[in-house]
Design a protein around this ligand. Structure first.
Ligand code: BGC
Length: 839
C-alpha cells in the first residue's frame, strides 16, 4: 500500500514538474549455503560479528583479482577516495549511503531561499513511507552533506538546483548522484525492452541505450536504473516487459550491449551514464508470476538460467547493481551475502556499489528475517547493500549501530568507498551539473533510430494467404478503404508502455495519425472506430466498429493490454485479451473482411482464437515515440518483419511457466498427437490431457514477408579431446555452420539461430539451448554461410558444486530460424578411457 501511495505521489510531482510539457506516462518510477548462514545469524546477539565479517573481510576493489571495472580500480582514484573518507564525519559517511525519492515541492527547491536551509525553511521534502506520513527535508540534508543521491529528480533546472546545494553549501562539496528509471528512453522513447530483445539485435540495443544516455545527462541524470536483466519464464509476471525474456544467452547479449551503450568506454565522458543492473537476483523467478513473490530455485537453475545476464553485465563493467525485492531460496536478496558478496564481489570481481530496491531494506522486517529496523539495516549493509533506497533506515539506524559496536566502522567505510569511487570515476566532482542543452521533448534526430528499433521488434506471428493467393501482409495497395478499429489505435499514452521515461504526449505518433498521413499520401480513406475500451465491458461501440469494418476493403484491429497491465505490480493471472476485446474481435471478424490483428502487449498473450480464425497477426509490443510510423512501414511492406519471439506464447495460461529450454523428462510424449485427448496408454506421458505441451508460437519464432531455407548444417570437428575443452576457455573449440538462402521474392532479414544440446552429462541438460544468433540480410535468391563459434562458454554446464565444466559427452547442434530448427549436426567431447570424465 505504501508503495502504491508513493507511486501516486511520484505521478503527482512529475505532472507538476513537467507542467509545461505534458507527460505521456505520469509514473516515472513507477542459495542454500546462504539460507543456512542467515538462519544461523538471525538471532545473533548485538555484536553481529559474523555478518559484519562477511563485508569487512572483502578486499578493496583495487585488490580484487579481476576487478569488473578497471576505472574503479585505479590507484589514483583510490587515493582520492581515501583522502576524502578521512575527512568525513559519521553522519556525512552515512549520508552517502542514503537515497531519497524526489517527490518534493518543485517551487521550494527552485527558489533562492531553498539554498538557505533552516528551521523556518521547509525546503523540498521527500516523502518516506507515505503510510506513516514521514517526510525528510531534502534541501537541509543536502546542505549538511547528509544525502548522497536522489531518485526521479526531473529536469536540469531542478537537478542543478539540488546540485548547487551539495557542491556549494555542503562542508565537503561532495556532488549528488541523480538516478532515474530511464528504461527505454528519456524523452525519445523506444520500444519496451522485451520488444528490443525480439529484434535479436544487441547493436541496436547499445545504440538505443547511448541515445537515451545522452538525453538523460542533459537533464542532470547521470545514473539510469537499467538494464533490467531478470530472466522471465512466466508471462504472468508483469515485469516480463522490462527484460529480454526467457533465454539466458539472449539476455546476456542484451545486458552486455546495454551496459556498453549507457556507460560508453569511460564513465566520465560526456554522454555517459552509470547503469544500475537490476534486480539482483532471480526476481523473474517469482512463484506463479506474482509480483514481489518468493523465488525458490535450484543452485543449478540459478547459475545456468538466471545469473548469466547479470554476470555479463558485470563483466561489461556495470558500475552499480540493484538488489531485488524477492527472497531467493529463503534469503531476501537485499540481505543476501551469498548473492551480494560471495557471487557478485568475490566470484565476479564486481567493484561498483549496490543499491537496494525501493524500501527493500525496511521490507526485510516483512520478510521475517529482521525483528526491528536496526536489524534490517545491519543485515542489509553487512550482506553488501551499500545504498538504502528510500527506507529511511540507514540514516536512522546506522549511527547507533556503530556507536554501540554492533556494526564495525569498517563496514560503513567500505560502502562509502564504493560510492565515492563511482562518483569520482564518473567525473562528477569535475562536472556535477547537467550537460549541454537540455532535451525537453523527443528529438527529431533520434526518431529514425527509434523507428527502426520498433520495426525490427515487431514479430509476424501469422500471415496466411487469402483466396487470391497472396498473403494478407504487406497490404495490397488496391485496398483503398482501410478500417482502423480498437482501443490501442489512437492512444498516445499507451504507445510508450510502462517505465516510459519522461515522454511528451504530443511527440508520440499513434497508428491512427500515421494511417491518416498514409491515406493522404496514397489517396485512400481511413475509417476509425474505437470499438471498445481496453478493459471495458460496454458493447456500445460495437455497431460503429462493425459498420466501419463492413464498409472497408481491409480491417486493422489494434488490440491488447494497457501499459499498466505489465511492468511493476502488473502481474496477471489471465493472459487473454482484457475486457471485451475478444468479443469485439469476433464481431469484427464475422463481417468476413480480411483482418490484420495488431497486438500491443508487454508479455506473451494467449491468442488461440485469433490464430485459428484470422489471416494475419503482428505482435507490436509497445513501440514508443514512432509507434504509428513504424507499424505503417511494416504493414505497407517498406520493411519486412524480422523480429523473433524472446518468450514462448502459450496455448493456455495453465502451461506456465512454459519455456523452450526445458529439462528432459523420463516420459517424453514423442510421436503422440497431443492435440487430441489421450487414448489408452497415451496418458502415461509427460503431457496434458486437454492441451498440447508445445507453445502456440515458440521462442525464436517469427515470420517474414520473404522465406528462408537452411542446408549444410555442419560442425568443424567431429570430436574434441576433453582435456583441450577444459583447458581452453578463451578461444573457440569448433565452428558450427549452415547455409541460409532467401527463397522468397524480396530482400529481407532473418535471425539465424544456433541451438545446442548436451547428452550424456552427469546432470540432465535442457532439450536445447540457444548458443548463438545473427541477423542476416539477403537479397531474393541470395545465400550465405553463417558460422557460430562454440567454446567453453557455450558447451559447459554447471555441476552440483555450481562450477562450470565440460564432460566427455555428445552434442547436437541445430541451426535454423526458431527454437524448432530441425537441421542438425553432431560432435562429441572425448576422453581417453580411464581418464576422469570419460563415459
Ligand atoms: C522498482 C525498481 C525501480 C525503483 C525506483 C522499484 O519499485 O522495482 O525497478 O528502479 O522502484 O523507482
Amino acid at each position: 500500500m505504501s508503495r502504491m501511495n508513493s507511486i501516486l505521489r511520484n505521478s503527482i510531482s512529475l505532472v507538476r514538474m513537467l507542467a509545461s510539457a505534458p507527460t505521456a506516462n505520469s509514473r516515472f518510477c513507477s542459495a542454500l549455503a546462504c539460507a543456512a548462514l542467515c538462519l544461523a545469524t538471525a538471532g545473533l546477539p548485538p555484536s553481529a560479528a559474523p555478518q559484519a565479517a562477511t563485508h569487512a573481510a572483502l578486499p578493496h576493489a583495487t585488490q580484487l583479482a579481476h576487478p569488473s571495472n578497471a576505472q574503479l580500480a585505479n590507484p589514483a582514484l583510490e587515493a582520492r577516495v581515501n583522502r576524502l573518507l578521512r575527512q568525513m564525519t559519521l553522519e556525512e559517511k552515512i549520508g552517502q549511503l542514503v537515497q531519497y525519492n524526489d517527490t518534493g515541492d518543485a517551487a521550494a527547491i527552485l527558489t533562492p531561499s531553498a539554498a538557505q536551509p533552516g528551521a523556518n525553511n521547509p525546503g523540498a521534502m521527500a516523502v518516506l513511507n507515505p503510510d506513516t506520513g514521514n517526510h525528510v527535508n531534502v534541501t537541509q540534508l543536502i546542505a549538511e552533506g547528509r544525502l548522497g543521491s536522489m531518485l526521479n529528480t526531473i529536469g536540469a533546472e531542478r537537478t542543478d538546483a539540488y546540485q548547487h546545494l551539495a557542491v556549494d553549501k555542503s562542508r565537503l562539496h561532495i556532488p549528488l548522484l541523480f538516478g532515474a528509471d530511464v528504461i527505454h528512453g528519456y524523452r525519445t522513447i523506444y520500444p519496451v525492452p522485451l520488444a528490443v530483445a525480439a529484434s535479436f539485435d544487441p547493436e541496436m540495443a547499445a545504440a538505443l541505450s547511448r541515445m537515451s544516455a545522452k538525453e538523460s545527462v542533459s537533464a542532470g541524470v547521470r545514473w539510469v536504473y537499467s538494464p533490467m536483466v531478470d530472466i522471465s519464464r512466466d508471462p504472468r509476471w508483469g515485469r516480463t516487459v522490462e527484460g529480454a525474456g526467457e533465454d539466458p544467452y539472449l539476455g546476456a547479449a542484451m545486458a552486455r550491449a546495454c551496459v556498453h551503450g549507457y556507460q560508453g568506454d569511460d564513465l566520465s565522458k560526456p554522454g555517459s551514464v552509470l547503469v544500475a543492473v537490476k534486480h539482483f537476483a532471480a526476481y523473474g523467478a517469482a512463484e506463479a508470476g506474482r509480483e514481489y513473490n518468493t523465488a525458490d530455485i535450484s543452485p543449478i537453475t540459478l547459475h545456468q538460467i538466471y545469473l548469466p545476464p547479470y554476470h555479463a553485465a558485470v563483466e561489461a563493467g556495470a558500475a552499480t547493481i540493484m538488489s531485488a525485492f524477492n527472497s531467493l531460496n529463503g534469503v531476501p536478496s537485499s540481505a543476501n551475502p551469498f548473492l551480494l558478496t560471495d557471487i557478485l564481489r568475490k566470484e565476479w570481481g564486481f567493484n561498483g556499489f549496490v543499491i537496494s530496491d525501493y524500501d527493500a531494506v525496511r521490507e526485510l522486517i516483512n520478510h521475517g528475517i529482521a525483528l526491528d529496523p536496526a536489524a534490517a539495516a545491519r543485515k542489509a549493509i553487512t550482506a553488501g547493500v551499500d545504498i538504502d533506497m528510500m527506507s529511511h533506515l540507514y540514516d536512522t539506524q546506522l549511527p547507533e549501530l556503530i556507536r554501540s559496536g554492533q556494526l564495525p566502522m569498517s563496514v560503513v567505510d567500505e560502502a562509502v568507498r564504493r560510492v565515492l569511487r563511482v562518483k569520482f570515476a564518473a567525473g562528477l566532482f569535475e562536472h556535477p551539473y547537467a550537460q549541454g542543452v537540455e532535451v525537453t521533448a523527443a528529438l527529431d534526430a533520434n526518431r529514425p533510430l527509434v523507428r527502426k528499433a520498433a520495426e525490427e521488434s515487431f514479430v509476424l506471428l501469422q500471415n496466411d494467404k487469402l483466396a487470391g493467393g497472396a498473403p494478407l501482409l504487406p497490404l495490397n495497395p488496391a485496398f483503398k478503404r482501410v478500417a482502423l478499429i480498437g482501443p490501442l489505435a489512437d492512444d498516445a499514452n499507451e504507445m510508450v508502455g510502462s517505465w516510459s521515461g519522461a515522454p511528451v504526449l504530443q511527440n508520440i505518433i499513434t497508428l491512427r495519425q500515421a494511417l491518416e498521413e498514409r491515406a493522404n499520401q496514397v489517396g485512400g480513406t481511413l475509417v476509425y472506430s474505437l470499438g471498445t475500451e481496453i478493459d471495458g465491458a460496454s458493447q456500445a461501440g460495437f455497431p460503429d466498429a462493425i459498420a466501419a469494418a463492413t464498409s472497408a476493403d481491409v480491417v486493422i484491429l489494434a488490440l491488447g493490454e494497457s501499459s499498466t497491465m505489465s511492468g511493476e505490480a502488473g502481474s496477471r493471472a489471465h493472459l487473454n485479451l482484457p475486457g471485451n476485446q475478444q468479443q469485439l474481435l469476433e464481431a469484427v471478424a464475422a463481417t468476413g473482411k480480411p483482418v490484420v490483428l495488431l497486438i500491443f502487449s508487454g508479455r506473451p498473450l494467449v491468442l488461440n482464437w485469433a490464430a485459428q480464425h484470422l489471416p494475419a497477426i503482428l505482435e507490436v509490443w509497445f513501440p514508443g515515440t514512432e509507434a504509428g510510423h513504424a507499424i505503417v512501414n511494416v504493414l505497407d511492406g517498406n520493411v519486412s518483419p524480422s523480429g523473433k519471439l524472446p518468450m514462448s506464447f502459450p496455448r493456455a495460461v495453465g502451461q506456465e511457466p512454459l519455456y523452450y529450454n526445458q529439462l528432459p523428462t523420463g516420459r517424453p510424449p514423442t510421436g503422440i498427437d497431443l492435440s487430441k485427448p489421450p487414448i489408452g496408454e497415451e496418458r502415461f506421458f509427460s503431457r496434458y490431457i486437454d492441451v498440447p505441451n508445445s507453445a502456440l508460437f515458440p521462442f525464436g519464432y517469427g515470420l517474414s514477408y520473404s522465406s528462408f531455407s537452411y542446408r549444410d548444417v555442419k560442425v568443424s570437428k567431429a570430436a574434441i579431446p576433453l582435456a583441450q575443452a577444459l583447458a581452453n576457455r578463451a578461444t573457440p573449440l569448433l565452428e558450427a555452420t549452415a547455409t541460409v538462402t532467401n527463397t522468397g521474392a524480396r530482400a529481407a532479414t532473418e535471425v539465424v539461430q544456433c541451438y545446442v544440446r548436451n547428452l550424456g552429462a552427469s546432470i540432465e541438460q535442457p532439450v536445447r539451448s540457444l548458443k548463438g544468433f545473427e541477423r542476416v540480410t539477403l537479397a531474393p535468391g541470395e545465400s550465405k554461410q553463417v558460422s557460430f563459434s562454440l567454446g567453453f562458454n557455450e558447451l559447459s554446464f554447471f555441476n552440483l558444486e555450481s562450477v562450470p565444466t565440460i564432460e566427455a559427452t555428445q552434442y547436437t547442434v541445430w541451426i535454423g530460424g526458431s527454437s524448432l530448427a530441425d537441421q542438425q549436426a553432431e560432435f562429441e567431447v572425448v576422453a581417453p578411457k580411464g581418464m576422469k570424465g570419460a563415459r
